[in-house]
Design a protein around this ligand. Structure first.
Ligand SMILES: O=P(O)(O)O[C@H]1O[C@H](CO)[C@@H](O)[C@H]1O
Ligand SMILES: O=c1cc[nH]c(=O)[nH]1
Length: 244
């Protein structure tokens, strides 16, 4: 714990909150700000853009982490260093099962750690799982979300993406992102409570009917999903039960 400015995020203990939302895209920080009051710009260094605001009486930090496990890992460590105890990732995902539509929310009950960073912290047999209290609140506010195991990876443009996704799809994985494994693994090492809420932006093997739907509804459904995912994280972090 330190009063010093963190080297990458520029955070200090003056943020004075135990709760954070992390997002990949810096532009998503501004979208979160639209849902909050008394918003204060905090810092913008490298990929780490941060604001602090209120939601339902709770002071919450929102910060971007960029793409991938390494920058997320740095962000999580620096959040821990300034006394953040709860961090919810609000990201985007690609569906890995049919029937998951644009803008549907995917909530990770655990993560296949196919990233490089988290295995440098703990062996691969160590599970990446969210905090039970945050998951219970997710079910309270979003019972309609898709709940299941997700997969975090490092390579967006791999030649074998189709084969890899087909394999993990048969194992019941519901969606893929690049940061949730690192968040849950590193957060657990630092005694932080974590959760990952993902807005689906890619259909699994887009079937014809869904493909037609995509063209008509895709963009607005994804924008609605992004807003819903941010609101869900804010509802969870401001829930009075967490203050007890
Ligand atoms: O929208 P974000 O939160 O960045 O999440 C997803 O989008 C990026 C890839 O396009 C990766 O970071 C992936 O995890
Ligand atoms: O397909 C996708 C979409 C977003 N993020 C991913 O990691 N994969």
């Amino acid at each position: 714990m330190t009063e010093e400015q963190q080297p990458h995020t520029q955070l200090t203990t003056a943020i004075d909150t135990d709760s954070a939302i992390i997002v990949g895209d810096p532009a998503r920080v501004d979208k979160a700000a639209q849902l909050m009051t008394d918003v204060q710009d905090w810092a913008y260094n490298r990929e780490y853009k941060s604001i602090i605001g209120n939601y339902a009486g709770k002071r919450i930090l929102v910060m971007s982490t960029g793409i991938g496990a390494p920058s997320t890992g740095i962000g999580v460590e620096e959040l821990h260093n300034v006394n953040v105890k709860r961090a919810i990732r609000v990201g985007s995902a690609g569906a890995m099962q049919t029937g998951i539509n644009f803008g549907d929310l995917i909530i990770g009950e655990g993560v296949v750690r196919d990233d490089g960073l988290s295995r440098q912290y703990v062996p691969e047999i160590y599970p990446a799982v969210p905090a039970f209290n945050l998951m219970a609140l997710a079910h309270k506010y979003a019972p309609q979300a898709v709940y299941g195991i997700i997969r975090s990876h490092d390579g967006f443009y791999m030649d074998n993406n189709a084969e890899t996704e087909a394999f993990w799809s048969t194992k019941g994985i519901v969606g893929g992102d690049m940061e949730s494994g690192a968040l849950m693994t590193i957060g657990r090492q630092r005694h932080m409570e974590t959760l990952s809420i993902l807005n689906n932006v890619v259909l699994y093997e887009g079937d014809l009917a869904a493909g037609v739907n995509d063209l008509v509804n895709g963009e607005s459904a994804m924008a609605a999903g992004e807003k819903a995912s941010l609101k869900l994280a804010l509802d969870i972090l401001s829930d009075p039960s967490l203050e007890a």
